[in-house]
Design a protein around this ligand. Structure first.
Ligand SMILES: O=C([C@H](O)CO)[C@H](O)[C@H](O)COP(=O)(O)O
Length: 193
């Protein structure tokens, strides 16, 4: 009996990079118009908190650094020095599945205190989406979607890349609106690294 092999496997590194870029290109062309709504929510928030687990969390940490460069007050949920979220704050919560328990719990708490919750996910039908003020859907595979039809990449890789790309695009928009020269933003970059 032949073994099922849903993903197209290739040893060719150039081919694999092309697959990844093409998947991200396709995703960008299908970008949820709701994504633009994140811009004013960030602009009007007292403070921005980001939360995500695993690789999704890493992408959001990268986004948090860029928001810091813009001069926003931004915290990564789970860091030792991150304070309590409050009304007027924004929680930017990323979860491809929308079910990761720590992320759902953080959104529950944020909603309970009157903070806004933006969910970046692959679906509107999830516990996380149900708690969100705004849901931005990225049409990518979820981490346990092993069928290979939505993405040739392993697990939630496409979603996690798309979170980084989307939040970098959000940064570019916020930077254009702000207009501060790159040299000025750079003064905020960590000088203890
Ligand atoms: O680290 C991850 C994993 O490698 C999937 O590709 C996920 O980002 C992590 O497990 C969080 O999952 P989601 O909340 O579903 O994004």
């Amino acid at each position: 009996m032949s073994e099922e092999k849903p993903h197209e496997m290739s040893h060719d590194l150039h081919h694999n990079l092309q697959v990844i870029l093409q998947e991200n290109q396709r995703l960008a062309e299908q970008l949820d118009p709701a994504a633009a709504a994140i811009i004013p929510l960030i602009q009007h928030a007292n403070r921005v908190f980001v939360v995500g687990a695993g690789r999704t969390g890493l992408a959001l940490k990268a986004a948090a650094m860029r928001l810091m460069h813009l001069g926003l007050t931004v915290f990564v949920v789970g860091e030792t020095t991150t304070p309590a979220i409050a009304a007027g704050d924004l929680l930017l919560a990323g979860s491809g599945s929308g079910t990761t328990s720590t992320i759902v719990k953080a959104a529950e708490k944020a909603q309970a205190v009157g903070a806004q919750v933006v969910a970046i996910s692959t679906t509107r039908e999830s516990p996380l989406a149900a708690l969100a003020t705004q849901v931005v859907v990225l049409p990518a595979a979820q981490k346990q979607d092993h069928g290979g039809t939505i993405s040739q990449q392993y697990a939630g890789s496409l979603f996690e890349q798309a979170v980084l790309l989307l939040t970098d695009a959000i940064f570019q928009t916020l930077w254009a609106l702000d207009g501060t020269p790159a040299q000025e933003l750079w003064k905020r970059h960590a000088n203890l690294e």
